[in-house]
Write a protein that binds this ligand. Sequence first.
Ligand code: UD1
Ligand code: UDP
Length: 359
Amino acid sequence: MKVALVVGTRPEVIKMSSLMLECQRQGIDFFVLHSNQHYSPDMDAIFFEELNLPAPKYNLNVGSGTHSNQTGNILIKIEPIFEDERPDVVLVQGDTNTVLSAALAAAKLNIPVGHVEAGLRSYDRTMPEETNRIVTDHLSEFLFAVTSTQEEILLGEGKDCKKIDVVGNTVVDALIENIEIAKEKSTILADSEISSKGYFLVTAHRSSNVDNQSSLEELFSLINGVLGTYTEDILWPVHPRAMKNIKKFNIEIPGRLKLIEPVGYLDFLHLQNNAKLILTDSGGIQEEACALKVPCVTLRENTERPETVDVGASILVGRDKTKCLDAMELLLSRKADWKNPFGDGSTARQILEILRSRL
Ligand code: UD1
Ligand code: UDP
């Protein structure tokens, strides 16, 4: 069995890491193909180094661009590689433009696609990721659903039950593999002059939150509301999309909000584990906060990860300051004793076992 593992962005590298390492451990014939949708060292190379991942055999160097430009460039560059390599399966993870392009190129060459994190739906078609998820699921022969929620969604969309397997999320594989290492190695709390459970952690990079001036100002008003209500400082490792717009719109940064560059995975796990509460619009961070039992205010109107809300780990607030403060009060008053719904760290092993038995 020859497996192609496609990555393009920060979360894909992290969430595909257990598949790369498990393929190595099991001696499976595989190669990593990187679109380089993300390319800044702190959004890309740092994760290969920290997680001891094999270097990509192919690097498409597509970089940033508009949606169609990026998607089209990946399609054009990936086709000859798939034709030449002829893998038995192409595995993609999540909902980025890289995922859509790789799945489409493989499907057109009649190479089976396996979608890791299949069946997620926000039901918000203004979100670029929603289109990518839907199309990728429809192109895939292997639908690796995270929980029974996605299985039901996929069945409801008419997918063949033989294509669907509920396997958890590789985000937990990576977390379990690295959380103790993070505790040992990370010096981020001291470096950022913060103490365990003495700060709130923020991230935001969704187009709906950061690309437009009034939305970004609303987000900062929410942050000011939090700073005005609580004595804790806020730490925000800023995604390049958000930083570009903070600068472009000349946003005023409040005193107790510390903006830092994006940090590595070990530092970020440590920051999450020690935060009093997390405020985020990130998909992966909603899951990690839930698995780490740190309460999470989700800066979204909807989520394709409803499990986090259902177990009581997260509350959706959009950019509404009042809703956010109410949610924080509630989340901080209740015990973080929910069960992690995203699996037990065996997702990569399950996926490879399924592929071995069916290919
Ligand atoms: C992409 C994904 C999103 C995912 C996110 C993870 C799509 C449509 N979006 O969004 O689903 O949640 O990655 O972080 O695929 N930039 C850099 N350095 C980099 C990468 C980007 O400076 O290494 C800047 C560029 O100005 C670029 C902007 O960030 O234009 C946005 O990058 P892009 O990859 O288009 O989208 P993300 O917002 O990162
Ligand atoms: N992450 C990181 N450093 C940071 C911010 C996030 O390593 O400064 C990790 C985080 O632990 C999670 C992933 O990046 O595994 C989430 O990526 P992101 O929020 O960019 O994308 P999304 O999950 O929303 O697609």
